[in-house]
Design a binder for this molecule. Structure first.
Ligand SMILES: Nc1ncnc2c1ncn2[C@@H]1O[C@H](COP(=O)(O)OP(=O)(O)O)[C@@H](O)[C@H]1O
Ligand SMILES: [Mg+2]
Length: 307
């Protein structure tokens, strides 16, 4: 009895199988035959169809790739827009606010003039300060967007660094920050753009001052590196340091953690270093300090130079 039941089950199963799998296949074959003028589908027709199917799948895959590319570029665009948003915030602080202050001051001056009064010197001085701030931001933005082609001359880097450092001495005194400049009497002469190099180091030292509390210490040191074919300059501070998660982002244009920062200082510094065939790297211990190392070759390798 059991054997008969088993046999019955087997028959039902194979019938089901035929219905579920073979039937659709038959249907396909039937409809193919109906669609073919000769009423018969040969092996070659099937091969041709397989080839067509393959082509269609490839096409679909390509479409998908295109779609992905479009997605990627729209993401890049979204990133650009986000960047623009951040930039707008920076611009508001650095340009719109100074302009508003200047307009308000001018209104006061106009009122004064109507009453026949002389302009008040402190208002004029404030206007000048605000305009200088706006001018500086625009300058930096333009520098980054359209980097100046370096005007290379022979540069005495030791002299350039000492002169740059004197700009910060009043600030160091005011905030009681120990500001040390340790530069050997002679450093290799670089073939470089002195204005751009000053800008680079001013940006780094400015950051150091902004990160360092009163009574802190900042040091600029330099040494020939690796031999006399290059120079290493280090700007170090014992200020607030950079949180680990921010470190990969500090060179991004517009990345800033400062109220009213533009986030352009390091982006410009890096641009200038690479224009001179050099590199910048940053090490930082959060809460303890930051070291920014700039390596510059004496001569820019012609291959790394922009056309
Ligand atoms: N010496 C430093 N110490 C601590 N943080 C720094 C230092 N230099 C740069 N940073 C960080 O990197 C960010 C980007 O610097 P930067 O590009 O010069 O823009 P900004 O100074 O306008 O913020 C700063 O906002 C700060 O968070
Ligand atoms: Mg800065």
């Amino acid at each position: 009895v059991i054997a008969i039941v088993w046999l019955g089950l087997l028959i039902v199963m194979s019938w089901l199988k035929a219905l579920v799998i073979a039937r659709p296949l038959e249907q396909i074959q039937e409809s193919l035959q109906a669609a073919t003028p000769g009423g018969k589908v040969s092996k070659y027709d099937l091969e041709a169809m397989a080839a067509e199917l393959q082509a269609t799948i490839l096409q679909l895959l390509r479409k998908e790739q295109e779609h992905e590319n479009a997605l990627a570029s729209s993401m890049a665009r979204a990133e650009q827009l986000a960047c623009l948003g951040e930039m707008a915030a920076g611009l508001t602080h650095e340009i719109k606010n100074p302009l508003a202050a200047v307009m308000a001051a001018l209104e006061t001056l106009v009122q004064d003039a109507k009453r026949g009064e002389a302009p008040q010197p402190e208002i004029l001085a404030q206007m000048l300060r605000e305009l200088q701030r706006a001018h500086k931001t625009l300058d930096r933005l333009l520098t980054l967007a359209r980097p100046a082609k370096p005007q290379r001359v022979k540069v005495d880097l030791a002299k350039l660094l000492r002169e740059m450092a004197t700009l910060f001495e009043p600030r160091a005194r005011r905030r009681n920050i120990t500001f040390e400049v340790r530069i050997p009497r002679a450093l290799p002469t670089l073939e470089a753009d002195p204005d751009l190099l000053s800008q680079l180091f001013i940006n780094l030292v400015t950051n150091a001052f902004q990160a360092t509390p009163p009574n802190g210490a900042i040091m600029v040191s330099a040494t020939p590196f690796p031999q006399n074919d290059g120079v290493a300059v280090m700007v170090s501070d014992n200020g607030c340091g950079i949180p680990k998660e921010n470190l990969p982002r500090v060179f991004e244009p517009f990345f800033t953690t400062k109220e009213g920062g533009t986030g352009l200082g390091l982006a410009i510094a890096q641009q200038i270093a690479s224009q001179h065939g050099g590199t910048i790297r940053i090490d930082s211990q959060p809460g303890q300090g930051t070291q920014v190392l700039v390596l510059l070759p004496v001569q820019v390798q012609r291959t790394t130079e922009e056309p």
